[in-house]
Write a protein that binds this ligand. Structure first.
Ligand SMILES: [Zn+2]
Length: 93
């Protein structure tokens, strides 16, 4: 059985998948310490990501672009920089 708490993606996957522009925005958030209170949940991980507001974000460990965020991009079912910042945090820790 796979451990669902081990991310099945790498930094390179994220960078190539979303492009440098989106990746760098997410990396900046992560480097600022914007990803906090990372906790396991039933699909992967959730966290609070601080940006313009504080966003509740979750990311599935099977794929960095599967998850949810409170922001308007996350609501459209697209990977936003908050989800990507959490995904980066998961592979760096
Ligand atoms: Zn978001």
């Amino acid at each position: 059985m796979n451990n669902i708490f081990i991310p099945q993606f790498t930094i390179t996957d994220i960078q190539l998948g979303v492009g440098d522009h989106e990746f760098n925005k997410a990396l900046t958030l992560f480097n600022k310490g914007a990803v906090n209170e990372i906790k396991k949940d039933f699909l992967g991980f959730n966290a609070i990501v601080s940006g313009t507001h504080e966003y509740h974000v979750n990311v599935d460990c099977s794929s960095y672009d599967r998850g949810n965020c409170d922001c308007y991009i996350g609501q459209k079912d697209e990977p936003c920089k908050h989800m990507l910042a959490l995904a980066i945090a998961l592979v760096y820790k």
